[in-house]
Design a protein around this ligand. Structure first.
Ligand code: NDP
Length: 276
């Protein structure tokens, strides 16, 4: 199965479906990412703070998959925001991943209280110019943070990775992204299991209509909404289930019924006030 790609504002392409490794135990990461690669995933989303870049790198090395068939994202952690600290952080991430470049490097959170995200963004521009990241973007940025980057730099982030699922749909950030050419990536695409998304009738009904699982419906809703998505699972069976989403299509009515589930149910931290 060839996963559809989305063209980023810098001309590069990102596979729309990937595999996330937040809270994947570093000791288990090599095995779990190996399972994901075997299931067909070629896009892996990790971060320095997850502590598992080494396991991701080991699985990549062992897989023998050509580098240009893989799309690897990692993220600059909040404590490393700044100029030299960002340069050091990407070097360390690349060393752990065993790569000479990532496909996408993101500022993990804006942390407006630190007031270093613009400086960090200028460092990411240099990291991209040095060839250590093919594309650069941000995560958890709200419109005022994006506008500050627009005013203070010459590069528009290729992506904004934000919490997004049927009960937290981020309409304002999606509209801003559409207007400015910033692709939207969904983290917590299944709501991290914290809300009973799979019990909601719009999702359950679509699942029974297509003979698929509620998780597959939710992933399909992301894909048909033009969002980049990388559900996480420790289970090889669920990885395969989450990847097997190209044999059916939600109808306009089913999409509209899920669109109507937006309820402001944030599962993670608010980027305006997070202080970790
Ligand atoms: P998800 O919404 O992907 O949910 C993962 C949870 O759903 C796990 O508990 C998993 O359990 C369960 N699950 C997965 N597949 C199924 C299925 N088919 N049926 C039932 N349950 C299922 O949450 P994540 O937070 O992991 O988000 C995805 C990725 O987004 C992360 O891994 C990370 O890469 C990124 N992320 C980025 C953040 C940021 O700040 N930029 C913050 C958080 C995440 P099990 O493992 O047991 O299958």
């Amino acid at each position: 199965m060839t996963v559809p790609t989305i063209q980023l504002n810098d001309g590069h392409h990102i596979p729309q479906l990937g595999f996330g490794v937040f809270r994947v135990d570093p000791a288990e990461t090599e095995r779990i990412v190996t399972d994901a690669l075997e299931a067909g995933y070629r896009h892996i989303d990790t971060a320095a703070i997850y502590g598992n870049e080494q396991g991701v790198g080991a699985a990549i090395a062992k897989s023998g998959i050509p580098r240009d068939e893989l799309f690897i994202t990692t993220k600059l952690w909040n404590a490393d925001q700044g100029t030299q600290s960002a340069f050091d952080a990407i070097d360390l991430s690349l060393e752990k991943l065993g790569l000479d470049r990532v496909d996408l490097y993101l500022i993990h959170w804006p942390r407006p209280d630190l007031d270093k995200y613009l400086e960090s963004w200028l460092a990411l521009e240099q990291i991209q110019a040095d060839g250590k990241a093919t594309s650069i973007g941000v995560s958890n940025f709200h419109v005022p943070h994006l506008e500050r980057l627009a005013a203070g730099s010459s590069t528009v982030p290729a992506v904004n990775q934000v919490e997004l699922h049927p009960t937290f749909q981020q309409r304002e950030l999606r509209a801003y992204g559409a207007e400015h050419g910033i692709a939207i990536e969904a983290w917590g695409p299944l709501g991290q299991g914290k809300y009973d998304l799979f019990g909601l009738s719009a999702i359950r009904d679509a699942a029974s209509a297509h003979g698929v699982t509620p998780a597959q419906v939710v992933i399909r809703w992301h894909l048909q909404s033009g969002i980049v998505v990388f559900p996480k699972s420790n289970s090889a069976e669920r990885m395969r289930e989450n990847f097997d989403v190209f044999g059916f299509e939600l109808t306009a009515e089913q999409m509209a019924a899920i669109d109507a589930l937006d309820a402001g149910n944030r599962v993670g931290s608010d980027p305006d006030t997070a202080t970790f």
